[in-house]
Design a protein around this ligand. Structure first.
Ligand code: DGL
Length: 282
């Protein structure tokens, strides 16, 4: 069990975890929908990107992050990272949670996104743009097949996109080359696609370019809104968890990289001044 002096009913913030800045796109939507709660954002910026790493490493890094957020008092954590949701979530839920604290919860972003997609496509052909790790895991294919077996899913790995975002190059001319290349490849593989999931939380920062190169009529679906409403719904169905989330309306930011570089990035990404603190994961 997790070493904690809290009683079972003690309250804590909601933890939001990503490999870097991408989870800020999820945090922003969650806070829009539920501004009343307290949040702790943790970005593993020192070890980003996760999308090209092995299953074992993503699992180990994510497990460290979950333990760290639990130790900060979080009862509920959202892995605001598709790669971690695809590669680590199931093992954390099945292996780690029972040993750490079975009353706490760790949720991901893939299932809530899969639950919505069937309502957007009319051609029943959808595309997923994601990291190589998420694509290789085939988690989107598996989750969508369970919910909407008639939907054909084509996934395209975009290995450069996270680095473009993390390095604040997402609006540069260099980004055009990679965004166009991956979208063209996806649409060549299935021209009947009418809806495309942005299956990586970093990708909404590339949205203007993605919209520019996506064929007219194809819907581009960032997942922040899906995840935020799914979390709201989850809390309304689980009052025992809702009562354990504190409601001060605060948000603290932590990064495994220097606070200065996180603050600079967050100013770009959120358009907000934040004052991050260093997190040491082990
Ligand atoms: N934001 C992460 C995701 O949603 C990016 C992963 C990475 O670090 O490559 O997959």
């Amino acid at each position: 069990m997790l070493a904690t002096h809290d009683s079972d009913t003690a309250q804590g913030p909601i933890g939001i975890f990503d490999s870097g800045f991408g989870g800020l796109t999820i945090l922003r939507e969650i806070r829009n929908v539920m501004p009343q709660y307290d949040y702790v954002y943790l970005g593993d910026n020192a070890r980003t990107p996760y999308g090209t790493r092995s299953f074992e490493l993503v699992y180990e890094f994510t497990r460290q992050a979950v333990r760290w957020l639990f130790a900060r008092g979080c009862r509920l954590i959202v892995l605001a990272c598709n790669t971690a949701s695809a590669k680590a979530l199931r093992s954390i839920q099945q292996i780690d949670l029972p040993a750490l604290d079975p009353s706490r919860r760790v949720l991901g972003v893939i299932r809530p996104t899969a639950e919505c997609i069937g309502h957007y496509t009319t051609s029943r052909h959808i595309g997923v743009l994601a990291t190589p790790g998420t694509v290789r895991s085939r988690t989107y294919e598996l989750e969508i097949a369970k919910l909407f077996p008639d939907v054909v899913v084509t996934s395209e790995a975009c290995p450069m996109w996270v680095s473009l975002v993390e390095n604040q190059e997402y609006a540069s001319e260099g980004a055009d080359y990679f965004v166009r290349k991956n979208i063209e490849r996806l649409m060549e593989r299935d021209s009947a696609i009418d809806s495309v999931i942005l299956g990586c939380t970093h990708y909404p920062f590339l949205l203007p370019k993605i919209r520019q190169y996506m064929p007219a009529g194809v819907k581009v679906l960032p997942q922040g809104d899906f995840v935020a409403h799914s979390l709201e719904n989850y809390l309304s169905r689980h009052p025992e968890m809702q009562q354990r989330v504190s409601t001060g309306g605060t948000c603290r930011f932590f990064s495994t990289d220097t606070p200065e570089s996180f603050n600079e990035g967050a100013a770009w990404f959120l358009g907000d001044r934040v004052s991050a603190e260093l997190a040491v994961l082990e």
